[in-house]
Design a protein around this ligand. Structure first.
Ligand code: F6P
Length: 342
């Protein structure tokens, strides 16, 4: 069998480790042939394929980014898009199936294509950890480590100047990165999309930390909403799936905190640094296990399913299990962190 592999959506540390694991297990154990698909669904639509051998994936588990390239192309858009055209393109290149490595948008497209008769198996990825049906997605641990390191650094400069430091992290509409990195760094306030707060509540916690002689650290998730905001802050337009591009709430909060508390306040937006560089050891192992299971899934013709981590096991679930609702931070996890605020 000849299988195409694609990475789609935002990149994430661990993508290359998945690609390596699929190709190594698939060629060694099952004698499968692989092609790389360039730039996500764009490459499927355009028939942009290239041979992917064991030689091409050597040493890749520690390398950030994706050797395949990625895009946020929707496979149902454009003249050559749609399941019928894609089936013809795959048939023309003698490709029997696709392994799609991606987040919510990618897996939703994979689900629709699978229902339209295309052989697709999914591998979930996202630094946001917002997908249901998998307890953790690779990329998340690395992002948390990067954000924690950044906050440790912000604290030493904050301490020196007795300033309040606001650190904005990614995560889209869920607060996992903020919660974990904030807890790891000992933040005085963690603002997540699941729990709106007023600026006065945030300012009170900042003042309380400051009054104890601490330089307050506020972690804010890009999707956080103040109580009077209807939507998360966005001034960068929409992505290819018509979702608002988030980012910038930290810059909004910092002057307000300074105005109310009188404490000099600075904001840092960590942005894409959280997605760059080498994956953590945890993410390399998770990505490798998911990739090897995806190769097994091909042999079982488990089309229309994705591999996932549940507990400590790797399992297969229908795409639909991961879609629809987001994997949000449970209130109990937030409440536990909040007992240490201020
Ligand atoms: O989904 C991963 C993510 O990094 C989000 O946390 C963030 O909102 C978004 O992607 C940024 O997307 P882009 O790289 O297209 O700006």
């Amino acid at each position: 069998m000849k299988i195409g592999i694609l990475t789609s959506g935002g990149d994430c540390p661990g993508l290359n480790a998945v690609i390596r694991a699929i190709v190594l297990k698939g060629t060694r154990a099952y004698d499968l042939e692989f092609v790389g698909i360039r730039d996500g669904w764009r490459g499927v639509v355009d028939g942009d394929f290239f041979p992917l051998t064991r030689h091409d994936v050597k040493g890749l588990s520690k390398v950030g980014g994706t050797i395949l390239g990625t895009s946020r192309t929707n496979p149902y858009e454009g003249e050559r898009g749609g399941a019928e055209n894609i089936a013809k393109t795959l048939y023309g290149h003698k490709i029997d199936g696709i392994i799609a490595i991606g987040g919510e948008g990618t897996l939703a497209a994979a689900d629709r294509l699978a229902k339209d008769g295309i052989n697709v198996i999914g591998v979930p990825k996202t630094i946001d950890n917002d997908l249901r049906a998998t307890d953790y997605s690779f990329g998340f641990d690395t992002a948390v480590n990067i954000a924690t390191d950044a906050m440790d650094r912000l604290r030493t400069t904050g301490d020196s100047h007795r300033r309040c430091m606001v650190a904005e992290v990614m995560g889209r509409h869920v607060g996992w990165i903020a919660l974990h990195a904030g807890m790891a760094a000992g933040a005085h306030v963690i603002c997540i999309p699941e729990v709106p707060m007023s600026i006065e509540e945030i300012a009170d916690l900042v003042t309380s930390a400051h009054d104890r002689g601490r330089a307050p650290l506020v972690v804010v998730s890009e999707g956080f909403k103040l109580r009077d905001m209807e939507e998360a802050y966005s001034d960068k337009g929409l992505d290819a799936f018509n979702r608002p591009r988030l980012g910038g709430i930290g810059d909004l909060l910092a002057p307000e905190i300074e105005r109310i508390t009188g404490i000099e306040t600075r904001a840092t937006i960590l942005g894409h640094i959280q997605r760059g560089g080498a994956p953590s050891a945890f993410d390399r192992v998770l990505a490798t296990r998911l990739g090897m299971h995806a190769a097994d899934a091909i042999m079982d013709a488990a089309w229309g399913q994705m591999v996932a981590m549940q507990g400590t096991e790797i399992v297969r679930v229908p795409f639909a299990d991961a879609l629809g609702e987001l994997n949000t931070v449970p209130q109990v996890r937030y409440d536990a962190a909040a007992t240490l605020f201020g």
